[in-house]
Ligand binder design. Structure first.
Ligand code: NCD
Ligand code: ZN
Length: 361
């Protein structure tokens, strides 16, 4: 397909398998932007304050999100913590919780209660394997543990292999993968291992992430060759790679007032997630990384909608479809709460994107 000449596209609703919706007034501002980006199914991260470490907390949070916004299926996760025993996993499965997210302690936003020794969770992983819960990995080691010259993600990849070998039936997602090496590592594993790819890692590199607080996130965007390897994974049609935006809102103030290099980690893309993936693919075609013919209706549908649903054992096709049309719409600078007290900057503000509407059924 000649993406840049296409005026109108129709797609099944996007499934976004990694979102941060926060809590309180921030959630009231952010949760409604899920549908705005063409998403009807969202896997919600548990790194709240405090983190979601009980089944009751997760169900209460899901209820709050459902009260804020309609038309989105919220898949929920627990925060991996010593209190998540095999008994809690059995309860979680019973309650319909989808996954358990592993954050290395201190690796990213709100991860202070994260994991320092994965082996101590082997009984929990065994229970997850048995009950069909997904293990979602923030796949980075701490800076102090990475050999020099290796990225934090590359240094984590042997752990992914170990976990997969030890628990071959446990579905594992390497979240927000960012390196060519990670793409290879995921390919080398069996079908129970997949990876999410964000929109922003398809257009950002370390050049922007180093210096623009609105491009700074974890894992940090890498080299142009890594970005391009992600683009190729997206257009490969390999169902191991599916969309998870890792859209991570932070108050604009906290981004702009931080001293250099100290801004909180997180790129906010949610209101334009589907369009931003298309923008990134257009840019990759222009750079000559992929050909126009590499972007097909089927591959877009696979990456944005079908592969994630299939991995998570949801019905393959959503009931709802989205329509994308070129109307010279540009991404605004930010979203702002009604009272004007919360503002969140949007990634790639000013870029011209498709306008998105939902097909009436
Ligand atoms: C996320 C956040 O802000 O919660 N930040 C990020 O840079 N991606 C946490 C995470 O997924 O690492
Ligand atoms: Zn995240």
């Amino acid at each position: 397909m000649q993406l840049k000449n296409i005026k109108r596209l129709e797609l099944p609703a996007t499934a976004d398998m990694h979102v941060h919706l926060r809590q309180g007034d921030m959630a009231k501002l952010i949760a409604p932007t899920v549908r705005q980006g063409g998403v009807d199914t969202a896997f919600v991260m548990p790194n709240l304050v405090p983190p979601l470490i009980t089944v009751a907390q997760v169900l209460e949070y899901q209820k709050q999100l459902m009260a804020i916004t309609h038309g989105v299926k919220f898949l929920m996760s627990l925060f991996l913590h010593p209190s998540i025993t095999p008994e809690v996993i059995a309860q979680a499965a019973e309650a319909g919780i989808t996954g358990v997210k592993m954050y290395p302690q201190g690796a990213t936003t709100n991860s202070d209660s994260g994991v320092s020794n994965l082996e101590s969770f082997y009984d929990t992983f065994s229970a997850m394997e048995k009950h069909g819960l997904v293990l979602n990995l923030h796949g980075e080691v701490l800076e102090s543990l990475a050999p020099s010259g290796t990225t934090l993600e590359e240094a984590f990849l042997p752990t992914l292999k170990t976990l997969h070998e030890r628990f071959p039936d446990l579905r594992i997602v390497l979240e927000h993968c960012t390196t060519a090496a990670a793409v290879e590592a995921v390919r080398a594993c069996g079908p129970t291992v997949g990876a999410t790819i964000t929109a922003h890692h398809l257009y950002l590199t370390s050049n922007e992430a180093c210096c623009d607080p609105f491009a700074f996130c974890k894992p940090i965007p890498k080299e142009p060759t890594d970005r391009d390897a992600l683009v190729r994974a997206v257009t490969s049609g390999d169902p191991k790679f599916f969309f998870g935006s890792d859209s991570a809102p932070h108050p604009l103030q906290s981004k702009t007032s931080a001293s250099k290099g100290k801004a909180p980690a997180g790129v906010y893309t949610q209101p334009y997630v589907t369009q931003l993936v298309l923008v990134a693919l257009e840019e990759a075609i222009e750079r000559g990384v992929i050909m126009e013919a590499d972007v097909t209706q089927d591959k877009l549908e696979g990456f944005l909608s079908r592969f994630g649903r299939t991995f998570y054992r949801l019905p393959e096709s959503p009931e709802n479809r989205i329509i994308l049309e070129r109307k010279e719409e540009k991404i605004p600078v930010s979203v702002v709460s009604e009272k004007g007290d919360i503002e969140v900057g949007i990634s790639k503000a000013g870029t011209e994107v498709f306008s998105l509407t939902w097909e009436q059924v």
